[in-house]
Design a protein around this ligand. Structure first.
Ligand code: ZN
Length: 90
């Protein structure tokens, strides 16, 4: 997760903020404030969102791959079953 450094309005301390959250919590003075929609925050938010999208795509393609393996195994099993039945008949 992309993090951004913001300055606390109350004490001036540098706070590592999570751009996906809209509230900035300062561990130095305990104050809470809304994260301003600066360009830095927007860019960090977009990057974080893109990362989530990428992860989601990765999970999806992994799922498809896993399903393909199951289909191949089941198909092989069915073929073996049919072949076994066919040889039994003769
Ligand atoms: Zn502070």
């Amino acid at each position: 997760m992309e993090r951004i450094s913001l300055k606390c309005k109350e004490c001036g301390g540098i706070v590592e903020a999570d751009p996906s959250k809209s509230v900035l919590y300062c561990p130095y003075c305990g104050s809470k404030e809304m994260i301003p929609e600066s360009d830095q925050v927007k860019i960090a938010r977009i990057k974080a969102q893109e990362q989530i999208e990428r992860e989601r795509e990765r999970q999806k393609s992994k799922r498809i791959r896993d399903n393909m393996i199951y289909i191949v195994i089941i198909a092989a099993f069915i073929i073996m079953l049919i072949a076994g039945l066919a040889s039994g008949v003769h």
